[in-house]
Ligand binder design. Structure first.
Ligand SMILES: *Cc1c(COP(=O)(O)O)cnc(C)c1O
Length: 402
């Protein structure tokens, strides 16, 4: 196995992100395959005992066991790091494995975490349930409010944890301010960038320390595999994250890594086109539903901030109907082209009712606190012709009297 022609690191580092997405991190075997090979092997064999000893001692590069390294997974890690502008990346089995690893690898009893109150249901579960069980204190705040971050800092605050845009309220966090505040106070910022990906938003350029992903969403984008990733400095990945990951094993399978590698080749195209489509559909819905939560529309209270830190709005937005759960479910039941599905980032348009699905595991109080109303619907706009999506929404809105 060797890196492809010209791919020594000093050269690949200068490639622009769209080139990285297609070529970054490619290794080729002696067969010279153009498409990345899948190495389905849990272990490795060695020419002699000294070689394996040197690899275990970290004195020689090379594979030892697929919980520690795998060539296909490593190609994906290099590609994501190059796209993100990060020194290093480690792939994880799922987005939640990535979030759990990114947090637990650096926290201990007595530490304090400040987290955004608006978050993916399982991310809220980590801050509300898992971390406190191990004596790690957590405070959840309105992450749109810069002063709230400052006010929540304590002497033992170790991590800021948030998503932007947040799932499903589309709250935007001021990356430059919040990550800068973290740096000034010796706090590590962990940004869940699943809604945007590096194609639309690069948190490290705004001062983030760690970027964590559900690669299941925009990165795969075709609804096939679960995957996750954590990006950061070489020191963070090698010294903080790797000891945790290697000994606890939330690893990504080589096959799933390969699926994501192939998907990244089209990420830039998909992210741009789906953002354009989401804007077209959003403009249509704006006049028809009582409340839109769409960062690409000037009506979003944080539209300007969103457009300063994102190159496009992304495929996902939410809206709220006045008729509560009953009307929201009736609209879902009336759609014909768009699927009822709680996934996002897919090239198919999908719609879900967060309070009975992605956020149903949270208490009513927590949902109310983060703004997940009973009449809220979240939509992922795919690659279909937006005129067909508008026709579908139009007929469904009429069914529910809108
Ligand atoms: C889906 C999602 C996750 C979890 O990812 P999985 O791959 O499903 O484990 C984490 N954060 C956000 C913002 C998500 O949308």
């Amino acid at each position: 196995m060797k890196r492809t022609t010209g791919q020594n690191r000093s050269i690949t580092r200068t490639w622009r992100p769209a080139t990285q997405a297609v070529r970054g991190g490619t290794w080729r075997s002696e067969q010279g395959e153009t498409s990345e090979a899948i190495f389905v092997s849990s272990g490795y064999s060695y020419d002699d005992a000294e070689t394996v000893a040197a690899r275990f001692a970290g004195e020689q590069a090379g594979m030892t066991y697929s919980r520690l390294q795998n060539p296909t997974v490593q190609m994906l890690e290099e590609r994501i790091a190059l796209m993100e502008g990060a020194e290093a990346c480690r792939a994880q089995a799922t987005g939640m494995a990535a979030m759990t690893t990114a947090l637990l690898c650096q926290l201990k009893t007595g530490d304090h975490v400040v987290a955004a109150r608006a978050a993916f249901g399982s991310c809220r579960w980590l801050t509300d349930n898992l971390l406190p069980k191990f004596g790690i204190e957590t405070t959840t705040i309105d992450a749109r409010d810069n002063d709230a971050w400052k006010a929540a800092i304590r002497p033992n605050t170790k991590v800021f944890f948030f998503e932007t845009p947040a799932n499903p309220t589309m709250d935007i966090v001021d990356l430059a301010y919040v990550c800068g505040l973290a740096r000034e106070n010796g706090i590590t910022s962990v940004v869940d960038n699943a809604f945007a990906t590096s194609a639309l938003q690069r948190p490290l350029e705004f001062g983030a320390d760690v970027v964590a992903y559900s690669a299941t969403k925009m990165m795969d984008g075709q609804g096939r595999v679960l995957a996750g990733a954590v990006c950061g400095s070489q020191a963070f990945i090698d010294e903080v994250l790797l000891p945790f990951q290697r000994n606890t094993g939330p690893n990504l399978s080589p096959f799933n890594a390969w699926v994501i590698l192939k998907a990244l080749e089209t990420l830039d195209l998909r992210a741009k086109r789906q953002s354009e489509n989401a804007l077209i559909v959003g403009k249509f819905l704006e006049g028809r539903v009582p409340k839109m939560l769409h960062p690409g529309l000037p009506s979003h209270p944080q539209h300007n901030l969103a457009m300063r830190q994102m190159s496009a709005c992304g495929p996902i937005f939410s809206f709220i109907l006045d008729g509560g759960r009953k009307q929201a479910m009736a609209l879902l039941n009336a759609i014909e082209l768009i699927d009822i599905s709680n996934n996002i980032g897919d090239s198919r348009s999908l719609m879900t009712h967060p309070s009975s699905t992605t956020h149903s595991g949270l208490s009513e109080d927590v949902r109310a606190d983060m703004g997940v109303e009973e009449g809220m619907l979240r939509i992922n706009i795919g690659l279909e012709d937006p005129a067909d999506l508008i026709d579908d929404l139009d007929q469904a809105l009429k069914v529910v009297g809108l």
